[in-house]
Design a binder for this molecule. Structure first.
Ligand SMILES: [Zn+2]
Length: 339
């Protein structure tokens, strides 16, 4: 994903610039979150970070998951096999999409449903492809990257949540069904700050998130109406910093508060910062447009900057930290059990 200003109205653009200029400013009332005033946390099963780490490493071991490559096909097949092994109902949504450079990308979205008959549902979105070039790298700008945090970590957490849910006896099942919706071809977009010499055949925003754009126009399941959605993007790096992103706050403030308060009660406020950040182009832009109120949990600083590993060859297994995986995974499982 990429920083986006284009979709913002002029008023919010001004606010954004002000915000970006004063990154240290915090909302004191919200920062001083009083745990005693929060509802008690539900009993939720334990999220196993070793397992999530292994799922992440396995994807990276296939090689970069760039569309039209063997590693991409193999990884997609493996992900589907993992969801099926956990007993989930899996659907594939194959599609071809044109990238900004004119290349046709053979892609597929993967949809895995836990308790598909449950009327009340939550969506967990993430992308499973890898950016084809490390364009923000100082030296290897055209090299592929492992996408350990940017891609593999979100899938790793989704697979571990699916595994844990599938192991619960009926009496210990949550009160909602969960849909894991994994988008393809999210990260093949045009970044004007690094690719200025290339021609972009698509819009600035439309060059990203090709899988969620396709899904938003052709929803699987049809007429999909979950309570809300949570997007995971770059959720595995050491010292992950999840700020409250602008579009998430605009579209689903209650969900942002619920998730961030749950994280605080679990002791993860060093990851889930009670600080706001500007809007970004990510899959939640298109899921929100499709009517699913969606927040983005993303490693993105309140200043509006990404961490240094973003879209570089540093995004490999050496930056993946089990504590970050645990913070995100346990917060999500607890949120699911609170419904
Ligand atoms: Zn990316």
């Amino acid at each position: 994903m990429n920083l986006s200003l284009s979709r913002l109205a002029p008023a919010s653009l001004v606010a954004l610039l002000l915000l970006t200029a004063c990154p240290a400013k915090k909302d004191t009332a919200e920062t001083e979150n009083n745990a005693a005033s929060q509802p008690a946390l539900p009993q939720a099963p334990a999220f196993n970070p070793d397992s999530a780490y292994a799922y992440t490493a396995k994807q990276v071991a296939f090689g970069p998951r760039v569309p039209n490559t063997k590693a991409h096909v193999q990884t997609g097949d493996w992900i589907i096999g993992q969801f099926k092994a956990a007993g989930l109902t899996v659907k594939e949504q194959p599609f071809e999409a044109m990238a900004f450079d004119g290349k046709m990308l053979k892609s597929r979205n993967i949809i895995a449903q836990y308790m598909p008959q449950a009327p009340r549902r939550i969506a967990i979105f993430t992308h499973w492809d890898t950016r084809p070039f490390a364009d923000k790298d100082k030296e290897k700008k055209n090299a592929p990257l492992d996408g350990a945090s940017d891609g593999a970590s979100g899938v790793g957490i989704a697979l571990e949540i699916a595994r844990v849910l599938s192991q619960q006896k009926d009496a210990a099942a949550p009160g909602v069904g969960v849909d894991f919706i994994l988008f393809d071809s999210e990260d093949y977009g045009y970044d004007g700050s690094t690719q200025g010499e290339k021609k972009n055949l698509l819009g600035q925003q439309e060059s990203w998130c090709l899988g969620s754009q396709h899904w938003a126009k052709n929803m699987v399941p049809a007429n999909y109406k979950p309570n809300y959605g949570i997007l995971l993007d770059m959720v595995g790096a050491k010292n992950g910093r999840f700020s409250r992103e602008d579009l998430s706050r605009q579209q689903a403030r209650d969900v942002v508060d619920k998730v961030w308060n749950t994280a605080a009660q679990l002791g993860y406020s060093d990851y889930f910062l009670f600080s706001d950040s500007p809007g970004i182009t990510d899959d939640h832009v298109f899921t929100n447009q499709a009517g699913v109120r969606t927040i983005d949990i993303i490693d993105f600083l309140p200043s509006g900057e990404f961490q240094p590993y973003h879209h570089t060859t540093q995004d490999n297994m050496s930056i993946i930290d089990k504590r970050t995986l645990k913070a995100v995974g346990q917060t999500l499982l607890t949120t699911i059990y609170a419904e």
